[in-house]
Design a protein around this ligand. Sequence first.
Ligand code: GLA
Length: 689
Amino acid sequence: MKIQRVALAALLLGVSAVAVRADVMAPTTPPDAPKFDAQGTPVFVNRSDIYEYKALPAYNEPEWVKAFETAGKLPPLAERLPKEPLVYKTANEPDGTGVYGDVMRHVIGGRPEGWNFWAGQSYGWGGIDIGLVECLTRTGPLFEVNSSDLQPMPNLAKAWEWSEDGKTLTVHLIEGAKWSDGAPFTTADTEFYYNDVVMDKDVTPLMGASEATYANGVYKNVDDYTFTLTFDTAFPESVLYNFAYGNFCPGPSHILKPQHPKYGGKDYQSFHDAFPSDYMNFPVMGGWVVVEHRPDDVVVLRRNPYYWKVDEAGNQLPYLDEMQYRLSTWGDRDVQAVAGTGDFSNLEQAENYVESLKKAADPASPAKLAFGPRTIGYSLFPNLSGNGWGEPTADQQAIRDLNRNLDFRKAISYGLDRQRLGDSLVKGPFTAIYPGGLYDGTSYYDKASTVYYPFDTASAKAELEAAGLKDSDGNGFVNVAGGGDLNVTLLTQSDYATDKNLAEGVVAMMGDIGVKVTLNALTGKDFDNARDSGKFDWIIIRNGTELITVVQNTANLAPTGPTTSNHHKGNGKGELDLLPYEQDLVDTVNKFIASRDPAERSDLMKHYQNVYTTNLDGIGLTAYPGALIINKRFSNIPAGAPIFMYNWAEDNIIRERVFVAKDKQISAELHPNTLPGAPGDKGGPISAN
Ligand code: GLA
């Protein structure tokens, strides 16, 4: 068995003489990316330099919030705060202690579906969810943490410890923190999340957390503020990263639980639908609460009077009283941010770079634009399930079989002119040839382990032939065995110009080598549903954080469970039919998760990268840097904040700490001097009198 494995591995790596065809160009390492320096370097610190938990002698809040206390509509501030709030340290605040007031005007391309994040509802992205949900740990700000101290930051979990054998993790929650409606935050909330969301097969949370996300840990409550997770393996430290945004961000069990079918709710669909997008004041642990939603117009959030974070002077955070999300398009976010009618954008659609740069270069520009590392990247993923995920028709099944054939995947890679693909988005030093896998410039990347099948039409055609595909009717497109043209459906997200442009480029290039590809361009949730249910032959995706950081969402690096991979999920019975190289990826990722030895982890990732790129698990297209655009009136924006690394910039810049100096504040609040009303109250925010 072992010998067979080795022989097979050798074959897959192309080192066996028989595997190399004379008419095919040999793979190489990728060419060096054009030099592009990130603008602004982070000030590196240890995690404990950023915040701590402690009681302060006195606390402050905005004057207008005090009026709610006087009117008997809110308990005194000291009673709303936890025993030991999270305290941001002044020395780490780029512009020091802030002042209250003003608003951050976001523009987004998504739309809120409803507020049941835990049953899979999207809030519309662009940072709405990041501002509403808080998670056990936090990773966004790690971009500025010293590598010697690289571990997730505490958040709702203020501390944790491992048992001596590493099989039990004890987690201590912040004590006495409250939801935005005043209900206590306790292990009742973490227990509900774990046992009735993650472990309930009929509930899929928005970002798909499953047992695999938490190393199959078994949950147990110890007391109101302590729980344990018990594992079969020792020290699966990656779960601490999966405690962060996207995953272990518990919902309000006092609101959610009564709707869950296990506790009297009607059924799973009703649970999913119980908090539609016109349900206002949904209780959160985040800094702001949704108080208004006008469809296709705006979502307005007001400050959470129970927020559990303060600055060193005792000022309850956030400093900003309101958050707005204009419901528009992602492209418009860039346009409005540089024009100054919006306040923030992750400049990530390369088509907008030249125009945005030109405008931002004007000293009178209202916005600052700073490029970060090259962490925006796209890949084409062939659907690798051969056993029924997405319920393919016979024709689609034939394509699945081809997808599972390395010759076919190589044909795709040889057929792609990645230089031209990148240049078609933007000319200049931005885009780099991206073979797939871990990104050049990130900490686990190793060039020598990276295999690149370069653009070469003849090689592409030879590989198609090797895969049994010939243009038997002479119409320019290869045929399926004994039938018509092979016709591959490529799923793409059409809310972003970049995704669509790349997909169109791929269609044209595949046409040049004789592979007919038809686009299925979907928007928003329709795209998500097609992706998650496996209704595609090929898909183009903007890659996730795991290919940048490795340590965040590590389990998603391979089909380590039936739902962790975007392009190979289990069939209806949850069964995965892994190819030998995929099994190797899974084993490597699992070993990485289980290892605490930096040298071993680095070697494992070299192996991962080699197996991934040799076998074209994902076929890389292009990678480029993104830029953070932010209005100049904001203070406390950390230097060198990347738009995407462990998380998106909406988390990285620590919005609850961002403020606007009094003389720079604008009068743009839609609901000044109001606070969130009761959960579900359609009346929106309330005034003190
Ligand atoms: C969308 C945007 C990103 C970022 C995230 C945050 O995906 O394209 O730039 O704002 O939302 O969730």
